[in-house]
Design a protein around this ligand. Structure first.
Ligand code: MG
Length: 162
């Protein structure tokens, strides 16, 4: 019998000046602010990692990759996702699909969505059509709408390996 597991992930990081780029889903996007973070601040990958650990019934990204740990200072979050996917495989699971939403006022993410999907799909071991990346603004409301922070949500479905 196929064992299915669902997981939810969320992340938020403050946006501050100055900056040259942000990294979203492993894709560099030129921008004049940066995300305040111990790692590269990739909110999308962090939300996906939390969703994966959530589906496994494990604790969150911070307990697996502590932000006090110098090994993760400035870390490329794709490396953390690779480590997370090793856990998924070791527990006998594989990804069916993921759905994500990124909420940020600036910069516009639409032109980068295809590149982000092709960045994430090999890391997750699924074809691009099973990776959904949706981008929206917060309608200028609150800290996200005032462009002082950015948010990401992710839902992932796992199934036991065939
Ligand atoms: Mg984070």
């Amino acid at each position: 019998m196929v064992d299915l597991r669902i997981g939810l992930g969320y992340d938020i990081h403050r946006l501050e000046e100055p900056g040259e780029k942000i990294v979203l889903g492993g894709v560099e996007i030129p921008y004049h602010k940066h995300w305040v973070a111990h790692s590269d601040g990739d909110i999308l990958i962090h939300a996906v990692i939390d969703a994966l650990f959530g589906a496994l019934g494990e604790r969150d990204i911070g307990s697996h990759f502590p932000d006090k740990d110098p090994r993760y200072k400035g870390a490329d979050s794709r490396r953390l996702l690779v480590e997370t996917m090793k856990c998924v495989g070791q527990r006998g699971f594989e990804v069916v699909n993921i759905d994500t939403t990124v909420i940020m006022e600036e910069p516009k993410i639409g032109p980068y969505v295809d590149e982000i999907k092709s960045s994430l799909s090999p890391l997750l071991g699924i074809p691009q059509e099973r990776v959904s990346v949706k981008a929206k603004t917060n309608e200028k409301i609150g800290e996200v709408g005032e462009n002082r922070a950015s948010q990401a949500y992710a839902v992932v479905l796992l199934r036991s390996k065939l």
